[in-house]
Design a protein around this ligand. Structure first.
Ligand code: SAM
Length: 407
């Protein structure tokens, strides 16, 4: 939804001139044979008439698409429909469309997909067509029947068992985040999370709400795990961390980021510290046969932290009120070996309030679900120096940002 920046400008500046150029080539008989362009030979008169229709069409398009957002609100309309696109992808994932198309090894018609997944043919055809429209599926027409196939992107990121699958992220967005965001208006009005209104749970203890059942805990851990599959390598290499021989990932959840770190820094020991029930779940569902990371149960607010050279705080500070985050940073400063540091990984806001849009959306998400928020780098620097750290360095990596402090 957010990639097609200023569609009108793009069309006028780049695509329209190319189209007009192509049209003038087709009008000029010596430059391109009509047969090549149209598939069958036509006489000169018809050929020029058709060419003029093409030119006329592109003039209309150019006129239409070059209007500014004030004349026609392309972007706004796209945004209004954003939730529909999300829902289409959520629904297709939940119904197993991408898995079926991956497994079938051939294109399938809407009727075949509907039959396999137990849906209506009409409903499935419309769903599949939108997925073609948003370019996650491909379609071919054979004898009037549409046959659908996954794009490479769908195979890689949307099918459940792909090594880079974002399936768990989608399920969590669909089943937990989406209902919470139904109460966004109340969250903004009240300035607090909506766990109580959405799920009937106390809004005070955020992780009791997030881990309200084993199933929910598994879904949340799946979500956390998914993001490191795509962002982990970038974060692990944002700084050269090789001099830190003992690393503790504080609130490390499924261990996905620690695993990425262990690949880049095989000479360092990687420990994932998290609540007992989380470490148990991680070992049961997320451990890999070649794991070199270890898990340690502990409560980072109420128990001592293990000593280490480097502590990772990935998506932790954004969960909590400022005083809690500061308490945790001070504890880390006390437990840290001499010369050690902390790596803070968060979706950093720009200082000027102008983005990035995903970090701004995450910050609203923190409002509806937690007691924290996203911050710009200066705020993290302030917190870290208040906790006693010096020598703050910052690297921006995609959406997530790493700030390293050496003590
Ligand atoms: C938003 S998640 C981030 C997980 C992980 N760092 C990541 O980026 O994928 C917050 C993590 O903090 C853990 N956590 C929350 N409260 C905790 C506590 N008091 N002690 C230890 N871990 C805690 C949660 O279980 C969860 O794994």
């Amino acid at each position: 939804m957010f990639s097609s920046n200023n569609c009108a400008t793009k069309w006028t500046a780049q695509i329209v001139p190319v189209c007009l150029c192509l049209c003038s080539i087709t009008v000029h008989p010596n430059l391109l044979s009509w047969k090549k362009f149209n598939g069958k030979k036509k006489d000169h008169k018809k050929r020029h008439a058709s060419a003029f229709r093409v030119v006329w069409f592109f003039f209309i398009m150019a006129e239409h698409l070059s209007r500014s957002e004030l004349d026609y609100p392309f972007k706004l309309l796209e945004y209004f429909n954003g939730f529909r696109v999300s829902k289409v992808i959520f629904s297709a994932c939940e119904q197993g469309v991408f898995d079926l198309l991956l497994q079938s090894q051939k294109s399938l018609s809407a009727a075949e997909v509907a039959q396999e997944l137990g849906t209506s043919v009409d409903g499935m055809e419309r769903l599949l067509d939108v997925l073609v429209g948003v370019e996650v599926l491909e379609v071919e027409l054979t004898d009037g029947t549409a046959y659908y196939n996954n794009t490479d992107v769908a195979n890689l990121y949307l099918a459940k068992n792909s090594p880079k699958s974002l399936y768990n992220m989608i399920i969590y967005q669909s089943q937990t985040i989406y209902p919470l965001w139904n109460n966004l208006g109340d969250a903004v009005r009240e300035g607090r999370n909506q766990n109580e209104k959405t799920f009937g749970l106390s809004s005070e203890d955020i992780f009791s709400a997030i881990y309200r059942s084993e199933d929910e805990m598994l879904k949340f851990m799946g979500l956390m795990n998914s993001s490191w599959v795509i962002d982990g390598p970038d974060i692990a290499t944002a700084f050269d961390l090789s001099r830190f021989k003992s690393i503790v990932d504080v609130g490390g959840c499924s261990g996905a980021l620690a695993r990425e770190m262990a690949k880049v820094y095989p000479a360092s020991t990687l420990t994932v510290l998290d609540l007992l029930k989380v470490t148990q779940m991680a070992q049961k569902h997320f451990c890999q046969s070649d794991d070199t990371i270890r898990f340690q149960a502990g409560d980072f607010f109420n128990e001592d932290l293990p000593t280490a050279d480097l502590y990772i705080l990935a998506r932790i500070i954004h969960d909590w009120k400022e005083e809690n985050s500061l308490m945790l940073l001070k504890k880390i400063h006390t437990a840290c070996n001499s010369g050690g540091g902390v790596l803070v990984v968060e979706a950093m806001l720009f200082e000027n309030h102008r983005g990035p849009i995903m970090a701004q959306l995450f910050s609203l998400n923190m409002l509806v679900q937690t007691e924290g928020k996203e911050h710009p780098p200066s705020h993290y620097t302030h917190m870290l120096t208040t906790a006693g750290f010096t020598n703050v360095q910052e690297r921006r990596r995609l959406l997530l940002c790493a700030v390293k402090l050496v003590w």
